[in-house]
Design a protein around this ligand. Structure first.
Ligand SMILES: [Zn+2]
Length: 425
């Protein structure tokens, strides 16, 4: 049994408990996490974005995610489980930030019990003591529980193929996390929880970019993770976005589909504009609002999320892409195709506080559409939208051809579903 108390979590515990209203209602029928056959889009909210929750909930959002280390200076991000309607909550432990030098980790992350190591941790070469291992497992889960998460994530690092030292280490972490989850009865809601929602544990699978070149190694990895008795998988594929090569997009999509073939929910975290293509294939997604759309290590500054910096982006659903805030191409795009979210002048891109409100409304509306109907119809809808997007983009001089990206994605998914993944690489 692992029972290391998480340092630094007590103030949050008492703050949260002061704000809990103990109400017993008949909400035990709620299904706020992804379910087999009922995927969902999970907005990842960053600093100060708690004001987006009502906009999202009104448009069908069932749960949110945030970095765990934000919960300590921005605890409002963790209180939606007490809202009306209640939302589920994942708090990402972001343990891959341990792989960075301390100066590149956010100070709030360094304040966590597992964030303070003085050197970058290399899971492929470095060793840790049994005590440090036990703490890494217990602290990441205990902190998530104390901060109010309903969907818990195992600690993880961005690492390589099955059989490598780094991957074996991460698999040990995931297995031990499952044992800790069970031994601490973490599935049971707190007595004080307003929401009698059973907690679930997902295995986090973070994959280094070089593996996207090898569908065969990815398939072996998926098969090994499917042996874990967790409720689902939270997947972070480095470099997996619309910017990747067609082969990499197919390989990453095949990996997600192979995991999904086990009948448990799979969430692709940070897949950029690939997210709609995954949703229409019943694979859940999580991405940031106006920042942090793609998973990767933060480029240089420590205060960021996993987004590679804090530069903000403006998404436009008619073009199926984002524009850098303030960019001239974005101005042309909104002039060519006005937005109807009503948070900003329709023919101009949103600015300042309207940027993420626009993102919440547009993304939630679009996700709802992407999840409605049979998979075949939804794929056709997306490819038709992509064809229209290409025309619009060409007319506005902002060329982008999302159709080819989605076709590569669908190919990878189909190959995995028909058992052809291993023969393609
Ligand atoms: Zn708008």
């Amino acid at each position: 049994m692992l029972s290391h108390p998480p340092a630094g979590t007590r103030p949050l515990l008492s703050r949260s408990f002061q704000m809990v209203r103990v109400v017993t209602t008949g909400v035990d029928e709620l299904r706020l996490h992804p379910q087999p056959g009922a995927p969902c889009w999970i907005p990842r909210l960053g600093q100060g974005q708690q004001r987006l929750a009502p906009l999202l909930a009104a448009r069908g959002t069932r749960m949110t995610a945030s970095p765990l280390y934000y919960a300590f200076h921005n605890p409002q991000l963790t209180l939606f489980t007490h809202a009306e309607p209640p939302l589920g909550l994942a708090l990402d432990p972001c343990t891959h930030l341990r792989q960075l030098p301390p100066v590149r980790r956010a100070s709030a992350f360094r304040a966590l019990p597992f964030g303070s190591s003085s050197a970058p941790f290399d899971p492929g070469h470095d060793t840790i003591t049994q005590q440090e291992f036990v703490c890494l497992v217990a602290d990441t889960l205990d902190c998530q529980r104390v901060a109010g998460a309903t969907l818990l994530l195992t600690p993880f690092h961005v690492t390589g193929a099955l059989g490598t030292r780094g991957r074996e280490f991460d698999l040990r972490l995931a297995r031990s996390a499952w044992e800790h989850f069970l031994s601490q009865r973490m599935d049971e809601p707190s007595d004080l929880a307003r929401l009698p929602l059973a907690r679930e544990l997902y295995a986090t699978v973070a994959v280094a970019r070089e593996l996207l070149a090898s569908p065969r190694l990815l398939l072996a990895l998926a098969e090994e993770y499917l042996t874990l008795p967790v409720a689902g998988f939270w997947v972070k594929l480095e470099g997996f976005s619309e910017r990747a090569s067609r082969k990499e997009i197919s390989a990453g999509a095949g990996f997600l589909a192979a995991l999904a073939s086990g009948g448990r929910p799979v969430v692709s975290c940070g897949p950029g504009q690939l997210h709609l293509g995954l949703l229409v294939n019943d694979i859940s997604t999580s991405l940031g609002m106006a920042e942090g759309e793609r998973f990767g290590f933060p480029a240089s500054r420590p205060q960021g999320d996993w987004s590679g910096g804090r530069s903000r982006t403006v998404y436009h659903s008619k073009y199926l892409r984002s524009f850098r805030a303030g960019a001239e191409s974005g101005a042309r795009a909104f002039k060519g195709s006005p937005c109807r979210c009503r948070r900003h002048p329709a023919d101009r891109p949103p600015e300042r506080g309207a940027i993420d409100e626009h993102a919440a409304i547009v993304r939630a509306t679009e996700a709802h559409e992407a999840l409605d109907g049979e998979i075949t119809e939804r794929r056709e809808w997306l490819l038709a939208t992509a064809a229209l997007a290409s025309h619009l983009a060409h007319d506005c001089g902002v060329d982008y051809t999302p159709g080819a990206v989605y076709e590569a994605l669908f190919e990878g998914i189909d190959a995995a579903r028909t058992g052809g993944l291993a023969s393609t690489g």
